[in-house]
Design a protein around this ligand. Structure first.
Ligand code: ATP
Ligand code: PRP
Length: 306
């Protein structure tokens, strides 16, 4: 089938075609019941149950397509959006609007130098060679350090682009420092480098084109927000003497307020409340201390909350 001619009337949604953000994005789409089959080697897939076409693109190119309004929605790293925005002429408003932090793909774009060298601060790299895949952000960063206007080609720091394996540049003598992504720090450590400054902190984000606004954008945003919330929270249920309810409610205030149900046993109530997954162990410890019993923690399959 000639998919390009079947895009009319469909919302175009760009997703990473490979790399670190792809699997989590596909899982998110499955959680939103976005059903599609991607034919081998095709970068377009029509969604069966919604008027949407998925466009598989490199994460780095997604802000350009969204920013120019060619694509309505996209999932990419905040670092990629920042890099795109840094290429715009001064004063131009970006066509890319961030609508949701998706919580996965966390990393930092950091200035790195050889661990054993004498450089300890980013300003010591001014006037020297820096290699990166993020040239616009790196130029902006060093322009600020040098006190010159970014984008005017008057930087004394020499910034060179490489597409991957940036960490090899120092060892090969091409760079005095690099600006590259760090998550666990394993790559940096293995290359004998250390981080001395942070340019941008990133997670995956849902972005939309400033010119797109239709019901399908809103529907999909609401579904994605629901799945992300469900992944972040658990439902905590417990019984507590009514006399301790006020204290317990402070421990589990919920998103709006805890749900309280009367129990058949006098002076006891049942409480049900959403709690952030990462806090649940501490919350249970605190509930025990104030007299809660029968504490149950349930996973949330999906949600729609404010
Ligand atoms: N180590 C990492 N941990 C978490 N997120 C990362 C990591 N590296 C990259 N990312 C995020 O994933 C995005 C895409 O990076 P990734 O390297 O997977 O892209 P790619 O499309 O495979 O490109 P390339 O082939 O040039 O590496 C980055 O912009 C960043 O937001
Ligand atoms: O701190 P870490 O957990 O080690 O992750 C950082 C590495 O991950 C990314 O590269 P990737 O593996 O995607 O390959 P690339 O070098 O080809 O971009 C990034 O560019 C770093 O090299």
């Amino acid at each position: 089938m000639d998919l390009v001619n079947h895009l009319e009337g469909r919302l175009l949604f760009a997703v990473p075609k490979k790399g670190r953000l792809q699997q989590a994005t596909l899982d998110l789409l499955a959680g939103c019941d976005v059903q599609f089959r991607r034919e081998t080697r095709l970068d377009i897939a029509l969604v069966k149950n919604l008027p949407i076409a998925l466009i598989f693109l490199p994460a780095a190119d997604i802000p350009t397509f969204v920013g120019e309004g060619r694509v309505d929605l996209g999932i990419t790293g905040r670092d990629q959006v920042a890099e795109h925005d840094a290429t715009l002429p001064a004063g131009e408003v970006s066509g890319v609007e961030e609508i949701l932090d998706l919580g996965f793909g966390g990393c930092k774009l950091q200035v790195q130098v050889p661990e054993k060298g004498d450089i300890t601060e980013a300003k010591q790299l001014v006037g020297r060679n820096v290699v990166t895949s993020f040239t616009a952000l790196t130029e902006q960063f060093f322009a600020q350090l040098e006190g010159v206007e970014a984008g005017k080609k008057n930087l004394s720091t020499k910034i060179k682009y490489v597409g991957g394996s940036v960490e090899a540049a120092c060892a090969l003598g091409v760079a005095d420092g690099i600006v590259d992504l760090v998550e666990s720090g394993e790559t940096m450590k293995a290359a004998g480098l250390k981080a001395i400054d942070t340019v941008v902190t990133s997670t995956a984000v849902l972005v939309k084109s400033r010119t797109s606004n239709n019901d399908t954008v809103n529907l999909l945003t609401s579904r994605i927000r629901g799945v992300i919330t469900a992944q972040k929270f658990v439902l905590c249920q417990y019984n507590i003497p009514r006399s301790e309810l006020a204290t317990a409610s402070k421990i589990t205030p919920g998103k709006r307020a805890p749900t309280i149900t009367a129990l058949e046993e006098e002076n006891w109530v049942a409480v049900s409340s959403m709690v952030e997954k990462k806090r649940i162990a501490t919350v249970m410890d605190e509930l025990i201390k104030v007299g809660a019993t029968d504490i149950l923690v349930l996973n949330i399959a999906n949600s729609r909350t404010d």
